[in-house]
Design a protein around this ligand. Structure first.
Ligand code: F3S
Length: 404
């Protein structure tokens, strides 16, 4: 792999131990995957933030690093709302550790914005062909597929290394030839809203880490594509997908239709909604409704606010979003919270330990449906946003969920 003189100097340790380790990681990955060189990146999004997932070992590792990131860099969701953690039932001990992790990243020049939807942040936008090093699987999928940017599935350490060097190794999805689809998925029914999350949940296992090209009956919107990609990245390992005639690569690049074609029928999509965990079959009630996986957009917050307007929820409800989106739209946050639901920033139902205290969760996300049972040890049911709000209103006297 070709290195510039400056990169060679960093690799030899002349710029300090942290940068030496960082470039060693990038060069090792580049050598394994056949990169020809390092390429500049526009931004980094760094996973490995929640104290629940990285623990004391991770905190120690980050705290020992020195230097400053060279490109705008933000963080994946933490284990708690950094301001209202006590309202979530987080312990002071956990909070203290979590704040130390955030402070350690800040010392490295990382902006302490904790979200899996960095593309909604001011000053963090991406254009077609931009190279980045992002490490949250749904954000990677959105950047590659919906925005036409280029990122590999970075791990936390490799994304942080890329941020510190300002570059990443040129392989995988940074190269046009690796972005071509290798399997088609033909959906034979119309889809809307959470159907896309159900489709992603359904198809991820079959697609694995390949690049699918979807042929859909109708044109999805941004939030629907976000839900599709997030679910496929969780039930499979899909980092890039195309939708014929819709996503930017499918419009700008020419590629033939792959030989293998998976057909999806309406009854398969309905089957995801009908799945009942054993606990629900035995009569357990939903005691938590969690929305916002990936973090809610302004449109999703507005929709939830309309559904909850002048209503009262009868169980715990989390609406997860980024702090910046919440701060931009206080009118939606107020409406949602007047119902008794909590707008949770900086974290989510999967990476926070607070969601482990429930018996049965209802979600509108294929990613949460895939991860909550394993990572939180809480069984989960799937429904549309409307289904979830109806469930949330049960026991409160408000039951229509239409916001009328
Ligand atoms: Fe984001 Fe947490 Fe879902 S990080 S994509 S809300 S699992």
């Amino acid at each position: 792999m070709y290195l510039t003189k400056e990169e060679e100097r960093t690799l030899s340790g002349e710029d300090g131990e942290t940068l030496q380790k960082a470039i060693e990681i990038l060069v090792a990955l580049g050598d394994i995957y056949g990169a020809d060189r390092l390429i500049p990146i526009k931004s980094a999004q760094i996973a490995g933030v929640s104290y629940k997932t990285i623990g004391d070992a991770g905190l120690e590792w980050i705290s020992d690093l020195e230097g400053k990131v060279k490109v705008p860099s933000i963080l994946n969701p933490a284990g708690m709302d950094l301001v209202r953690w006590n309202e979530m039932g987080i312990t002071p001990k956990f909070s203290q550790k979590q704040q130390k992790i955030i402070a350690a990243y800040e010392k490295l020049g990382v902006t302490p914005k904790c979200t899996c939807t960095p593309y909604y942040l001011d000053n963090f936008t991406l254009g077609y062909g931009d190279h980045v090093a992002w490490s949250e699987s749904s954000a990677i999928s959105y950047a590659n597929s919906v925005l036409g940017a280029r990122t590999n599935r970075e791990g936390g350490p490799s994304a942080l290394s890329a941020a510190l060097i300002g570059k990443t190794a040129n392989f995988g999805y940074h190269l046009e030839e690796k972005r071509k689809p290798s399997v088609s998925v033909t959906v034979e029914c119309n889809l809307s809203g959470s159907d896309y999350a159900a489709l992603g949940y359904l198809i991820g296992g079959d697609v694995g880490s390949r690049v699918p090209l979807f042929f859909l009956q109708n044109e999805p919107e941004g939030d629907e594509l976000k839900a599709l990609g997030a679910a496929m990245a969780a039930s499979g390992a899909v980092a890039l997908y195309h939708v014929d005639g819709v996503t930017p690569d499918a419009r700008k690049m020419t590629f033939g239709k792959p030989d293998e074609n998976i057909i999806i029928e309406e009854k398969q999509i309905r089957g995801v909604y009908d799945r009942m965990p054993d606990e629900a079959k035995r009569g357990a009630d939903v005691d938590m409704v969690a929305l916002g996986c990936p973090h809610c957009s302004a449109d999703e917050l507005a929709h939830i606010a309309r559904l909850l307007d002048k209503k009262r929820v009868g169980k715990d409800v989390w609406v997860c979003t980024s702090r910046e989106v919440a701060e931009h739209y206080p009118q939606f946050v107020d409406k949602i919270e007047r119902s008794g639901a909590l707008v949770v920033c900086d974290t989510c139902m999967v990476v926070s330990p607070a969601s482990e205290n429930y018996k049965l969760m209802m979600v509108n996300s294929g990613k949460a449906l895939a991860y909550v049972p394993g990572m939180c040890k809480v069984p989960a049911r799937f429904g549309s946003i409307e289904d979830c709000i109806k469930e949330a209103l049960k026991g409160s006297g408000d039951t229509d969920g239409n916001g009328n």
